[in-house]
Design a protein around this ligand. Structure first.
Ligand SMILES: [Zn+2]
Length: 329
């Protein structure tokens, strides 16, 4: 079953969605080492609810809402060889933080995302489901390295591990693969950008019939240019609304002509952007790129918002994209 997507101003999401109660319950079980049938059923129920909300809002290219991932780095660290997870460290009164520790050579152990992708795709009403992976640079930045003592070697092993996962996903039929690299904009020196570029070559080079995406947000995005434009990436997914679309001038300077997933929703504010305001954002994007190359989406994942707020924001975003398409016709 497949359904026809618009060919202009397609709507999508970055990935995460507010956690449903089933997901929170699943996290408790997982922390106790229980990943039995009850755990799996809870994750599936939460995933189903996230997909239903994305469908309800009318999103074209969905994600699974990352309901299985309590933390975007710890999740992958638990699945890959070479990592241990630290004991919980208290960072605020009632907030505990577990950190991945690199204790040996990092390698791919087993499929991490294929079954979840298959399940999400089976209930997505024929719409494509994008797969999101926390990128090698971010995984390394958010871990404590007790083994390599060399950022590049660790990052390249992470990239080799993810390449195996990506190949398994492509074999299963996934067509949108997104590497999330939020850490890349936080302190990126040129050397870091070049190492990240090597990692993208390992993960994405030579893949066909699949949309290769990276999502990067906040921090000093501008420091990644122009090197990042040479990465083997088809679609750049950036946070733009929060910085009043200033990034678009930079992209224009570099004659950007790849696909851009344009952030038009602020995920740090619970204010629901009116449709007209979102349409103004889309118009800014259309000054740079034709509508076939412009995807419309929130700045970042939605997990920190209340569910009702996230859903309302997405509904307005889809309506704005629909009206913008009409004005083009
Ligand atoms: Zn983000």
């Amino acid at each position: 079953m497949s359904c026809k997507l618009p060919d202009k101003l397609r709507t999508t999401v970055v990935g995460s969605y507010p956690y449903f109660p089933e997901a929170l319950k699943a996290f408790q079980l997982r922390r106790r080492g229980d990943r039995g049938p009850e755990y799996e059923a809870l994750v599936r129920e939460a995933t189903k609810k996230a997909i239903m909300d994305y469908l309800d809002a009318g999103i074209d290219i969905l994600a699974d809402g990352e309901q299985r991932r309590e933390d975007m780095a710890v999740f992958f660290a638990e699945e890959l060889d070479g990592f241990e997870i630290s004991e919980p460290v208290r960072i605020f009164d009632n907030v505990y933080f577990r950190k991945p520790v690199i204790a040996g050579r990092i390698s791919w152990r087993r499929e991490m995302l294929v079954e979840d992708w298959k399940y999400a795709s089976s209930i997505s009403a024929g719409k494509p489901v994008k797969v999101t992976i926390t990128g090698p640079y971010t995984m390394y930045s958010w871990s404590f390295d007790k083994f390599y003592g060399n950022m590049r070697n660790a990052i390249l092993d992470l990239a080799e591990s993810f390449r195996k996962e990506i190949e398994a996903l492509v074999r299963a039929g996934a067509t949108f693969i997104q590497i999330d690299e939020p850490a890349l904009s936080t302190r990126a020196e040129k050397m870091d950008v070049l190492i990240a570029g090597e990692a993208f070559e390992i993960m994405f080079k030579g893949l066909s019939n699949v949309k290769r995406i990276t999502h990067i947000c906040y921090g000093k995005l501008e420091r990644l240019f122009p090197e990042i434009l040479d990465f083997p990436i088809d679609q750049y997914d950036f946070e733009t609304k929060n910085r009043n679309y200033e990034l678009l001038s930079l992209l224009r300077e570099y004659s950007f002509d790849k696909e851009l997933a344009l952030g038009v929703i602020d995920v740090h504010s619970s204010r629901i952007e009116p449709v007209e305001e979102i349409m103004e954002g889309i118009a800014r994007g259309l000054e740079l790129l034709p509508p076939e190359k412009l995807y419309i989406k929130p700045d970042c994942g939605l997990k920190r918002l209340k569910r009702e707020v996230a859903l309302e924001k997405l509904r307005n975003m889809v309506e704005a994209a629909r009206r913008a398409r009409e004005t083009l016709a």
